[in-house]
Design a protein around this ligand. Structure first.
Ligand SMILES: [Zn+2]
Length: 384
């Protein structure tokens, strides 16, 4: 049964203790899977575009006669309707503009911290804003990762740190030949008018054919490389292989943040990870019924079907929780936060604790006015 811990209830000793336990669990885990949704980007000023708000109002100004709900704009069937397709392009252009001026939130930085501390097995996100890439987490939609999916580059699957389950608003894809490109300023201007740009790849091929008097081919149009409802992910196989590899590595903690857990495919993925985490390693007759933990951090409670799956519901903003975890973690395990550094000090200037070990000393350069005994010590910080 899910235990609910309210982040605004820190005066309650039992809540405080339980939250500290969770912070320690994060600090101790070695293979954390993080799954996220729109809630982690709300504090970045990115509008919650699946519900009606400012962005819709903007689009409505341009298309006063179109009546639509948020979901209609993210359903693959929209391409069957020319007017709806135009609204979609305008909407995505507006959304991309507001995302471009947003900054990553503490929650994005937290995922990067987990990665830097070698605790992140993988991040999976429903978000298309690409803010994970902005904190340095290589995404599946990046050019490098796409080549990896096709076996063309030397980077390893493990270099992909963030799986973009719904694609990436910063990329465009040809609807005819599937060529992909980063979204340009020119694209933005064209999409804003409700029309798609032509595909450069198709254009080149068509011109080459025209030059040799061959029959010209149809030039495809570019569309935002986001994955709509009821649409297969173009990198589905690649993502599937990443997920299988992660399940096989037996993650020890699942952190679900900022999602209402309602999208079908996403629910399935989260349930598979939760099941692995709750299955004891080794034999099924193990005395320990549960290993690992499933933590859900969200403003609203999980739907009822999750109550047997989620161990803890941390009620509140994800940024508030991650800040608390990092604060607790620094207090509980300060050694995790000591950075490897090289100190250059003159002899006798520094009191060395037992955490410092002298690797080598370098004779002092001959300098005027320095005492002969003076030496420069190069110290490497060693964690003992
Ligand atoms: Zn094309």
């Amino acid at each position: 049964m899910t235990v609910t811990l309210n982040l605004s209830d820190l005066k309650n000793p039992s809540t405080r203790r339980s939250l500290s336990d969770l912070s320690l669990a994060v600090a101790k885990s070695k293979k954390i899977v993080v799954v996220t949704g729109a809630g982690i980007s709300c504090s970045c000023g990115i509008p919650d575009f699946r519900s009606s708000d400012g962005l819709y109002a903007l689009v409505k100004e341009q298309y006063p006669d179109v009546v639509l709900k948020g979901r209609d704009l993210f359903d693959a069937s929209l391409f069957r309707d020319a007017k709806l397709t135009a609204v979609f392009y305008t909407f995505i252009a507006q959304l991309k503009k507001s995302i471009d001026s947003a900054l990553p939130a503490p929650t994005h930085h937290f995922i990067k911290i987990l990665d830097t501390k070698k605790k992140l097995l993988r991040s999976y996100t429903q978000n298309i804003d690409g803010l994970e890439a902005r904190v340095g987490l290589l995404g599946t939609s990046s050019q490098e990762a796409k080549h990896l999916g096709q076996g063309k580059t030397k980077i390893r699957t493990s270099d992909v740190r963030n799986v973009q389950l719904h694609g990436d608003i910063h990329r465009v894809r040809c609807m005819s030949c599937s060529a992909e490109y980063p979204y340009t300023i020119e694209n933005l201007e064209i999409f804003k008018e409700g029309t798609p740009p032509d595909c450069p790849e198709c254009l080149t091929r068509s011109e080459a054919r025209a030059a040799r008097s061959a029959r010209p081919i149809r030039v495809g149009s570019l569309r935002p490389a986001v994955v709509l409802y009821d649409e297969p992910h173009p990198l589905g196989d690649f993502i599937g292989s990443i997920q299988s590899a992660d399940l096989a590595r037996k993650p020890d903690l699942l952190i679900i943040m900022g999602t209402s857990l309602k999208v079908h495919g996403f629910k399935k993925l989260v349930k598979e990870f939760a099941k692995t985490i709750h299955t004891p390693a080794g034999s099924s007759s193990s005395a320990k019924p549960r290993v690992g933990r499933v933590i859900f951090v969200n403003k609203t409670p999980p739907p009822a079907e999750w109550l047997d799956i989620i161990d803890y519901h941390v009620e509140g903003e994800t940024d508030t929780w991650v800040n608390k975890v990092v604060e607790d973690w620094k207090k509980m395990r300060p050694s995790d936060w000591e950075v490897q550094q090289t100190l250059v000090a003159t002899d006798g200037d520094v009191t060395l604790g037992n955490k410092f070990k002298t690797i080598k000393n370098i004779p002092a350069p001959r300098m005027k006015g320095k005492r002969k005994s003076e030496q420069l010590w190069e110290l490497h910080y060693i964690h003992i």
